[in-house]
Design a protein around this ligand. Structure first.
Ligand code: ADP
Length: 458
């Protein structure tokens, strides 16, 4: 039976949340978009990934309430509204209205807002969100093209979203006193009719205090890090059996491909790191617009499926601007996404089953192209990026879906190395015991060509 039902306002945010929960040893299922099939309750956690961050408020509220209905039918007892740890929501944003609608549907009296993600440098102190050492409104987020964050005070940011309803704060000195103090402060605010409460948190220990203090609230809202302590709390409460249930990854064929459509600084460094390690092909949006995808597809079709080749459109800002000036921003992005989606389809048709993808929008395009609607979450490769597993008519496949700035420079190689290779049947079994799903499984050695020399020997 599902314990926690989560709704994320974007795709890579959903994988980030799902990865952190899976790290704590529970089984996590991720749905891409509002599920069409009925819930099956086989995962401890269900995450529904929406694409509602930039949607008009009414659309975001309607879609999120529909996701809540589905999650309630899955048996979940607590719900989580996941948004970005840099908040990414201005006075007209939809974090507050969605939280209020969910709270109302659940008949709850109060919820918390906890975007802190200390491991990634996002901390909240006295209601102000910091990115590293900078207040949010002095960080690069102040110039974000869609959601310029020009106030760091979350209580002030939320008030207009909630039509001026009071927004409370559980400050850090209260959090430092422990879960009972936080529970008391929440009750005091509730008695004053305060339904929306920002919580300070500067460390993982603070997040654990907050998670314990709010274990009876029907709705939690925040970044992903607040969810990490939850499985341990469920275990203590007897909601999970003592052993980690986790998810056993399926056995996969060897073939892999790396597809990169992100142009972030980190992804460009990752592409540069991986290029000397494998054959690679650069997609140029201007050439794609002029000549189509045939050259890229032909190149790909000629590659060894075991080589984990890299196809990338990732480019320096000047080059991106040139393509955008000629094609328009949307068309330049779409054409690259379509090309990478087509290569993903070709890769699957050729039997490849391991996909490493860089870029949030790119990941969505590749997952759609592969017809994937449900992912089970496996091991984390880097904070916020797990291997995920899906099933199609050909069998199991694995996807590492990375938003632009995540992962170390060696991410592509790290991701491929994190999946157990299938050994040849003649090789000794070296699979570590921690990967029982592949122990004892092997693929046949390539058929040996008849060797005339050997035949001639006595
Ligand atoms: P990130 O997670 O870094 O934001 P996304 O995949 O979400 O990455 O967004 C990158 C966008 O840039 C995609 O729409 C992609 O198609 C587009 N893109 C990739 N390469 C280029 C390029 N060379 N020129 C123009 N747009 C590009």
């Amino acid at each position: 039976m599902t314990i926690l039902g989560c709704i994320a306002d974007d795709f890579t945010g959903a994988t980030d949340l799902a990865g952190l929960l899976a790290r704590s040893g529970v089984s996590v299922s991720l749905r891409l978009g509002l599920p069409e099939s009925a819930p099956d309750g086989i995962a401890d956690v269900e995450v529904v990934a929406l694409k509602s961050r930039m949607s008009p408020v009414d659309d975001a509220v309607t879609e999120t309430r529909a996701a809540l209905d589905w999650l309630q039918a899955s048996g979940a007892r607590q719900f989580y509204w996941k948004y970005c740890s840099t908040f990414d929501s201005t006075a007209t944003g939809n974090i507050g209205p969605v939280a209020e609608a969910l709270l109302a549907d659940l008949g709850g009296a109060q919820t918390i807002y906890c975007p802190a993600f200390p491991e990634n440098g996002r901390r909240v102190f006295m209601g102000n969100l910091f990115v590293g050492r900078q207040p949010l409104a002095e960080s690069p987020m102040k110039d974000h093209p869609l959601t310029p964050m020009q106030d760091s005070d979350l209580t002030r940011l939320l008030a207009p979203q909630l039509g001026g309803a009071p927004v409370g704060l559980i400050d850090w000195p209260t959090v430092a006193k422990g879960a009972d103090a936080v529970r008391e402060a929440l009750a005091d605010l509730s008695a004053q009719g305060v339904r929306h409460v920002v919580t300070d948190a500067v460390s993982d220990a603070d997040l654990e205090v907050i998670a314990r203090a709010t274990s009876d609230l029907p709705l939690l809202t925040g970044g992903s890090a607040l969810a990490r302590p939850l499985p341990a709390i469920w275990r203590e409460a007897g909601l999970l059996d003592g052993a980690a249930t986790g998810f056993q990854p399926p056995v996969l064929p060897k073939g892999a491909v790396v597809l990169s459509g992100s142009c972030s600084a980190m992804t460009r460094a990752q592409v540069a790191h991986y290029k000397p390690l494998a054959p690679n092909y650069r997609l140029d949006p201007l050439a794609l617009a002029k000549d189509g995808f045939a050259a890229a597809r032909d190149w790909f079709a000629a590659q060894d499926p075991d080589a984990a080749v890299l196809i990338y459109a990732s480019a320096e800002p000047d080059e991106v601007r040139r393509a955008q000036a000629e094609l328009g921003v949307a068309r330049a992005g779409d054409i690259v996404e379509e090309a990478l989606a087509q290569i993903a389809r070709d890769a699957r048709a050729s039997g490849r089953a391991r996909f490493v993808v860089a870029g949030g929008e790119t990941s969505g395009a590749v997952a759609r192209a592969l017809g994937v609607t449900r992912l089970m979450i496996g091991k984390e490769i880097a904070p916020g990026v797990p291997w995920t597993y899906a099933e199609d008519s050909q069998g199991a496949l694995a996807l590492a879906l990375k938003s632009g700035n995540f992962g170390a420079e060696s991410f592509f190689a790290d991701a491929l190395a994190a999946l157990p290779p299938l050994r040849r049947c003649a090789e000794p079994a070296t699979t570590p015991a921690s990967d029982p799903s592949v122990a004892g499984v092997c693929i046949p050695p390539p058929r040996a060509a008849p060797n005339p020399d050997r035949a001639a020997r006595p």
